[in-house]
Unconditional design. Structure first.
Length: 364
């Protein structure tokens, strides 16, 4: 009887304890990961690996959320920016606008200097020959103080091609004392010298010139040769010369286009059977300083050897070798017009050879 009562009391006590335990809320059991195919029994015994941080916030009411927050809320996990969709720049648009922030330096494109066309207004930059189909007509008045003598030559040039030029020169006349008359009187005398020449530019800096000067009455003939050279240094400076190197007598005497008095003196000498000069050798050099595009300062100097400085003729006895020097300017108010003026000496040994000269040229 006592044993039955003891069993009854123990049963009631155990039942009450179980009811209390059942009454307490229990957290839901975590879900088990599905077993991987082909995993053996050892895989079941291995401890479960901690779950990776997927970067997504835990859902409310989950086991992790409840444990972290203790029923008061879940912790928010920060998310990482996704990687760029075009890691290798394959889909980059080359035509898209770019800014200086991109770090690309601007591309510098070097442009070639513009090639000069036409006939330059700068004297220093002008070629030896005229361009094709360009014509020029020029007047070159010249005078000498003592004994007074003046002359004016007319010269025309035409560019057959860019490297071949045809020239024509005519001595219009001069004011001087005619050596064929016994009396001394200054008067104007028409010119009788005319000549044709051809200039060929071999290179940009050198050419060759051949001409035939002719004196009409009495008939005289010569052969003129030149080797015009010109070197330019930038846009401001140029040097050249040898454009009237030789004038060789062919018949009677060698006509000149510089001074009509010299032609008249030689023509008169042939009438009295006086031996004339065999010709002239002239070595001249000039320099150009281009002060402004339309204004240039020009200087020329050199020596002249009458009768090739042999002294065999009476006409140049003691004066076969002379030195000359001139300086002046060239002003171009228009691209087709030149105005020039120079002063100097035909012979530095004689002060009376002071010789002012002018120049006027028109191109079409």
């Amino acid at each position: 009887m006592t044993a039955r009562r003891l069993v009854s009391v123990l049963s009631v006590t155990l039942f009450a304890s179980g009811a209390v335990v059942v009454a307490q809320p229990q957290p839901p059991a975590p879900k088990k990961a599905a077993p991987t195919k082909g995993a053996g029994k050892d895989a079941k015994k291995a401890p479960a690996a901690p779950a990776k941080d997927t970067g997504t916030p835990a859902k409310a009411g989950s086991a992790s959320g409840s444990a972290a927050g203790g029923g008061e809320g879940s912790a928010v996990q920060m998310t990482e920016d996704p990687p760029p969709s075009d890691m290798n720049g394959v889909d980059e648009n080359p035509d898209a606008p770019k800014s200086a922030i991109d770090g690309e330096s601007p591309t510098v494109v070097k442009t070639a200097p513009a090639k000069r066309t036409g006939y330059p207004i700068e004297v220093a930059a002008r070629p030896i020959t005229l361009p094709m189909n360009l014509s020029e007509v020029a007047l070159a008045p010249h005078m000498m103080v003592s004994p007074y003598a003046a002359a004016t030559a007319l010269r025309a040039r035409y560019g057959i091609t860019s490297k071949v030029q045809l020239g024509l020169t005519y001595m219009l006349g001069g004011i001087f004392d005619d050596p064929s008359t016994p009396t001394s009187s200054q008067a104007f005398h028409p010119g009788k010298a005319v000549g044709l020449d051809v200039t060929v530019m071999l290179q940009d800096w050198i050419g060759v010139q051949v001409g035939v000067p002719v004196y009409i009455s009495p008939l005289a003939l010569s052969l003129s040769l030149g080797a015009p050279i010109k070197f330019t240094f930038g846009d401001k400076f140029a040097i050249g010369g040898l454009d009237d190197f030789l004038n060789i007598r062919v018949k009677r005497f060698a006509p000149t286009f510089y001074q009509e008095l010299q032609n008249a003196t030689n023509a008169n000498a042939t009438m009295i059977n006086t031996i004339n000069s065999a010709g002239e050798l002239r070595i001249s050099l000039y320099g150009v300083y281009q002060y402004q595009p339309n204004f240039a300062i020009i200087g020329r100097t050199g020596i002249q050897m009458e009768d090739f400085a042999s002294g065999k003729t009476d006409g140049c006895s003691g004066e076969c070798l002379t030195t000359f020097i001139y300086a002046g300017f060239n002003y171009s108010p228009r691209k087709y017009l030149d105005l020039g003026l120079s002063i100097g000496f035909d012979d530095l040994a004689h002060g009376g050879s002071f010789a002012p000269a002018g120049f006027l040229a028109f191109r079409i």
